[in-house]
Write a protein that binds this ligand. Structure first.
Ligand code: SAH
Length: 421
């Protein structure tokens, strides 16, 4: 989502101002740091990065801070780092061309409704495009700062989404990733009256009818909103890639309750089993937080149990980080840091073994790959339908094509194969 916000800012600065991208920070007239605030670490890195940029930037070059840390620290940023010219929140990226010319501007209003705003066009990958379908988040997960930084959840009318998708396809995109903090809760609240899709499943159907579009992905869904109708559409719609993120957070029903996730361990396992039943070749990924307040050894064992039962393709795991404006920062029973670290290590080590088994089992299979990047060693890289990184020998002729590949060898992150035709 932050990558997409960056693309929007680049597009606007391109269209309405005379800025162009440079690869050299020393040449830049404008430096924008787009930030995350989900965990503490990126926030503390911000100020050291500002210091680095201050040292290398050319005279008169402006520095701006964008994104979620901008939303939650606001003018504090300029107070702590006066070299910063402007601050622009995650919800306000469409105002980039206004703030860029206003020294000291702080634009962080989360009520600001930019959901129907049509941005200029820019994307980092010619074959893949991201399209926002909703902004903000209405959940109240007790660990999470996102609802505060990105504001309330608003869905974008589907006719506008279809237009964006069509535009991307017309300029060469083969694959679209639909984006929302809570993407499959689409339709909860619209910015204006809309006659199109009213829920995520209907939206997927509409998007898949766009001529020339070959692949659809989405990020990130919530397990609670994975009803049967959605999982059936996911399974049977050939344009939807068979990769799904099902963020677990914890395998303990007690902890899920104090996280306010709205589901139980059993519901989670039931949804994953249903996904596999309907879509046998699916790749399932997840997010897990360890060391959430009150997490006992038994709670953690429940998480390990889900790992064994689901066997995730990819795991994004984090040590709990107390965040401002969240309920959980005030919870008692905060878990000791070294206990949490040990649990994280254990979880990641077991996941690595599982991941190796999954990747080894790909050898001898045939997968469909969208080739997207030329590597310096004569290899071309792409993603299989299931989202796995695949490399083959080849040249730029492969770029932008979707072709069958026979997998010959694997390591924990990459499949190596040959294009077959
Ligand atoms: N709505 C998005 C959330 C993005 S944050 C989604 O569902 O994917 C991505 C992940 O960061 C979350 O799923 C969670 O695992 C992790 N996370 C969020 N807040 C956290 C915190 N306070 N400490 C540690 N990890 C956190």
């Amino acid at each position: 989502m932050n990558v997409r916000d960056s693309e929007h800012m680049i597009a606007e600065l391109n269209k309405k101002e005379s800025y162009e991208l440079t690869q050299n920070v020393e040449d830049a007239d404008l430096i924008i740091i787009n930030t995350c605030s989900v965990r503490e670490k990126p926030v503390s890195k911000l100020f050291s990065e500002i210091g680095q940029f201050k040292k290398v930037k050319k005279e008169g070059a402006k520095i701006g801070v964008a994104g979620c840390t901008a939303s939650h620290l606001g003018k504090e940023i300029i107070k702590r780092a006066p070299v910063v010219d402007f601050v622009i929140g995650a919800r306000n990226v469409s105002k980039i061309t206004e703030v860029v010319n206003k020294k000291g501007a702080v634009e962080i209003d989360t009520n600001y409704d930019e959901s129907t705003y049509m941005f200029g066009e820019y994307r980092s990958n010619p074959y893949k495009a991201m399209v926002n379908i909703s902004i903000g988040c209405d959940k109240s997960c007790t660990f999470c700062i996102v609802p505060v930084t990105r504001g309330e959840e608003i869905s974008i009318p589907s006719n506008l989404i279809i237009k964006e998708v069509q535009k991307a396809v017309d300029s060469g995109a083969k694959e679209i990733t639909l984006l929302g903090q809570n993407v499959n809760n689409y339709g909860r609240r619209f910015s204006n009256n809309t006659s199109g899709a009213k829920n995520f499943t209907q939206l997927l159907r509409e998007v898949s009818q766009v001529d020339g579009l070959e692949r659809i992905r989405f990020s990130s869904p919530h397990p609670l909103h994975m009803d049967d109708e959605f999982l059936e559409e996911f399974a049977k719609n050939p344009k939807i890639c068979k990769q799904i993120h099902v963020p677990l957070q914890s395998g303990s029903t007690n902890l899920l309750k104090s996280m306010k996730r709205g589901y139980t361990k059993e519901w989670f396992l039931n949804r994953c089993a249903k996904i596999r039943e309907l879509t046998p070749n699916v790749a399932i990924s997840t997010d897990i937080i360890v060391g959430f307040p009150g997490e006992s050894q038994e709670d953690f064992n429940e998480t390990l149990d889900v790992l064994e039962k689901v066997k995730f393709d990819a795991l994004f795991s984090f040590k709990y980080s107390p965040r401002p404006h969240t309920e959980a920062q005030h919870f008692e029973n905060q878990v000791e840091s070294d206990v949490a670290s040990k649990r994280l290590q254990k979880l990641q080590a077991r996941h690595k073994e599982i991941q190796k088994e999954i990747m080894d089992a790909q050898v001898g299979t045939r997968v469909e790959v969208l080739f997207e990047e030329l590597k310096s060693d004569g290899k071309v890289a792409g993603r299989s339908d299931e989202g796995r990184l695949v490399m083959v020998e080849g040249s730029e002729e492969l770029l932008g094509k979707i072709l069958p590949v026979d997998i010959k060898s694997a390591n924990i992150t990459v499949l190596h194969g040959v294009v077959t035709e």
